[in-house]
Design a protein around this ligand. Sequence first.
Ligand SMILES: [Fe+2]
Length: 492
Amino acid sequence: MAVDFSSDPTARGFFAPNRFEADVFDCEVSGKIPTDIDGAFYRVGGEWMYPPMFKDDSVFNTDGHVAMFRIKDGNCDFKNRFVRTPRYQAERKARKQLFGYYRQPAADDPSVRHIKDRTVANTNMLAHGGKLFALKEDTLPYEMDPNTLETKGPYDFKGKYKSPTFTAHPKMDERTGELITWGYEATGPASNDIFFYWIDARGNVKREVRFKAPYVSMIHDIALSPKHIIIPIYGMVTSKERLAEGKIHWGWDTRLPTYYGVLPRDGEAKDVRWFKGPERAIVHTFNAVDHPDGRLVMEAAISDSNPFPFFPDVEGKPFDGPKARTTARRITFDLNSKDDGFKEELLFQEAPGALCRIDDRYIGQDYRYGFMSYSDAGRPFDEKRGGNLRGRVSNCIGQFDFKANKLKSYFVGDTHSLNECCFVPRNASNGEEGDGYLVAVVSDYGDMRSEFVIVDAKSMEEAARVKLPFRVSMQVHGIWASSKQLPLVEPV
Ligand SMILES: [Fe+2]
């Protein structure tokens, strides 16, 4: 049977699946790409290769599609490829969708019941130890060739990484060279076991710590300070019963408290201290800092309740749009106090967004700046050219100065919406925080094509805009890797 997306109302306009793979040599550029950039921006997201089995399935279940913008000598070359997961290969062979809901195998086609790794590898990228990986938190990293984007397969760090799951937000501390990472549901679906790992720059697992969460929850992101790891636990929950009933993996439970686990970076399982507060979703983090007076302070993008409409409330309550609004907030723990509470402050409420970034060289260090794509409803939107998508645009990148409490913005255009931004250090940078550029893929709803902007991270002024001749798939996250971090060949 031929592929038919006509019954899927979401597969329309800018959001219709492309389903192709492309190479564009020497892309069209307006402005001037700075010549002090040498490396590649890798992004991953997903699109349906075949229509989903269930209309209410999550976009998190779309087939992973990796793209590379290779920048060198002021030029840009583009390439994108599907991640050849066992699932993608099986579906391609059968020419149809064979897998059911996101992280829920109950409805899988009998022909693929033997495929236990159901990942779509569509959430984030990682460059570590000279290797490139596509990540999704339900399985191991999938190694990709950094030049051809050919899929090599799952990677278990020489057999020393024991969790069957690996987060999509591992934290690389450039000062120590260690990658701090974890897997949750680490002893099987709906288990509350968390395995943490410390991996050196050569990919050797140096340390493992195992402990249990207060309840089974999505543990999507953490924050590192110089001395601590902060582990948010919140009401996005699952259970063995839920999975046995064939329900969508995640449901939202408004009754559950939020917990933050605080683990010293050199600590053991017995050292985890849990702080408790009201219902929240901690979507992503910026970073965290230790203060001499015992305060541990984290900035993160947080919402008051479920941020994802495709993960239903466990009691059947309707999705609460205003409570799903995600904003930058500061969480302060007093490690000298015996109190298990914490303080929460709203920051930059005028700039709602969820995709937090910083200058990655400062992960786990004292820092000043956050960067985030956000939605400014006061900016113009050209409905004649851009259609009815005004409410769906992320039209600015913010440079958030957390020390001076100031916001400096870049506006991308009146028919445009930004994906997550990513910091790119200047080649000759002396390491000063924020010395470099911000890059981001942009959807232009007017011209129905995708762009890639390069913005000076200090002045927040645009340097260049790469224009692709087509739309690219939805992005979840992206990373920058310099030609020193990965063995990048000269583009030909
Ligand atoms: Fe994420």
